[in-house]
Design a protein around this ligand. Structure first.
Ligand code: FES
Length: 493
């Protein structure tokens, strides 16, 4: 099995598995791991005792909770228990079948042996009978942990399917009734798409192998010839079995075309006096295609424009989120705090910028967010969680005072939910930008000890987001702490 499936099976991240391989604790060949090897490296893995159970519960709930199917299917717990039992039965049957095949091979070898001329048929038959009896009685028992892994593997195959995209090699799991497009975006795989509801045809891709099923209607018509070649709309179909698709995936920000969309303000929240969180919805047939961490230019009231980080995940369909800092005298900021209301039209142009995760890197990640620089980090965190490959993720959220750390609940929720995430809220006092520009040594004095408390700092990929002066002075501090410059990524206002 590949790394992604193996990690799921034992309930660890891909990063943790990769580390074991690098450390020589787990053998892999061509990116594949055998079940025996996995079991040897994780002897304690059990279905009842790791995060997979929670994950499976979540999948069951989101897949069935809101479905009409509830009326016709047994209770979801009953169904899950039956699937588990069937999975167990399948493991036992496969074990017996394997043993029967081994016996047949042994029997063939026995019969191939030359029979002595003076052999007595009765004694030969008796020997054969004895051999068969002994072989039958010696079914090699599978160890408990091996059985548990196999049962879980079958169970996971029932509730999710693995999708591989060629030629990029990206892969992800489809769970519940998610469409292939939804699952890809959730996993941070940027497939081509436009409307997400079967109208534009931009998500059309070819199925190379595996079985898919249409779960949503679509208006877009695929020609008979393309249907016969295996083309389908990824926003309308889900995967029944493991699937390989031929589709283009944007690997870099430059591969995503610029888009112009008029959205509607759905809500404005003020978590503190200094920050406005603006939620915008795109029209029914339009989505903004972007990579986590990128920006967009918003234009309000026809002429007030500014460039902002997109705080939402590309997987959130029509929903876009932006965090705006109160800046007295700034026309855009003043309008957001005093004039903007639900229902207003906002012009959106984007995506812009290349502040995105380096997907190929398996280094630990450190996010350094100054005040509303948190917006970009919020989006990147979703992507980092989906990739599951960073050995650790640290978030240092830096602000002048408490009101600058405006969504502390979210950062704490990440810390509660993820074993490898560490949240370090940091208050510097005074005007952060002014201090950074005039007294870099003061900022360094406050921040350096926090940075040095991150054990993996020098070998991490470091993403810094916030006001220009603060970000630049942070970069200087990091260089003095021996962080290689090519591991520092910057996003600044
Ligand atoms: S995204 Fe438009 S048809 Fe699928």
């Amino acid at each position: 099995m590949n790394l992604h499936r193996a990690a799921r099976l034992v309930g660890v991240t891909r990063g943790a598995l990769q580390k074991k391989i690098q450390d020589g604790d787990l053998n892999s060949f061509d990116g594949m791991i055998t079940l025996d090897e996995l079991q040897r490296a994780f002897p304690e893995a059990t279905l009842e005792n790791n995060s997979m159970l929670e994950h499976v519960t979540h999948i069951k709930e989101s897949a069935f909770g809101r479905r009409i199917m509830d009326r016709t299917l047994p209770d979801k717990e009953v169904l899950a228990a039956r699937l588990h039992d069937l999975s167990k039965e399948l493991v036992e049957t496969k074990g017996l079948l394997k043993h029967a095949h081994n016996m047949l091979d042994g029997l063939t070898r026995l019969l191939d042996r030359p029979i002595p001329h003076d052999a007595d048929a009765t004694s030969l038959a008796a020997q054969l009978k004895d051999w068969l009896h002994t072989e039958r009685m010696h079914t090699p028992p599978a160890t408990e942990s091996a059985r548990a892994l196999l049962i879980r593997d079958n169970f996971l195959r029932l509730i999710s399917a693995q999708v591989k995209i060629l030629p990029s090699g990206s892969d992800f799991f489809v769970e519940g009734n998610d469409t292939l497009l939804q699952a890809a975006l959730r996993a941070g795989v940027s497939l081509s798409y436009g409307c997400s509801n079967g109208t534009c045809g931009k998500c059309k891709a070819r199925v190379i192998s595996g079985e898919i099923k249409q779960v949503r209607p679509h208006e877009y018509v695929i020609s008979q010839e393309q249907l016969e070649q295996g083309y389908a709309l990824l926003c309308s179909c889900t995967a029944i079995s493991d699937v390989v698709l031929d589709a283009e995936v944007a690997q870099t920000p430059t591969e995503i075309p610029e888009q112009h969309i008029n959205g509607i303000v759905r809500a404005i929240e003020f978590p503190t006096n200094e920050i406005a969180v603006v939620h915008i919805k795109t029209p029914v047939h339009e989505r903004l295609r972007f990579l986590a961490g990128q920006r967009a230019v918003l234009t309000l009231a026809g002429s007030l424009s500014t460039q902002l980080s997109i705080a939402s995940c590309p997987c959130e369909d029509r929903h876009l989120e932006f965090h705006i800092r109160r800046m007295h005298g700034n026309l855009f900021s003043d309008y957001v705090f005093n004039g903007l209301k639900s229902g207003d039209v906002v012009s959106i142009r984007g995506p812009i910028g290349n502040f995105v995760l380096t997907v190929a890197s398996h280094r630990p990640i450190v996010f350094l967010a100054f005040c509303n620089g948190f917006a970009a980090v919020k989006s990147l965190m979703e992507h980092a969680m989906a990739l599951e490959q960073a050995e650790s993720i640290h978030l240092l959220w830096i602000a002048t005072n408490d009101s600058g750390l405006y969504l502390p609940g979210l950062a704490r929720a990440w810390a509660d939910a993820l074993d490898n995430f560490y949240y370090l809220p940091t208050l510097v006092g005074g005007d952060l930008e002014a201090t950074a520009s005039r007294q870099e040594n003061v900022v360094a004095k406050i921040l350096a000890p926090k940075l040095l408390s991150i054990p993996s700092l020098a070998r991490s990929d470091i993403y810094i987001s916030g006001p220009n002066l603060a970000v630049e002075s942070m970069k200087k501090i990091l260089l003095t702490l021996f962080v290689p410059e090519d591991q520092i990524y910057i996003d600044s206002d």
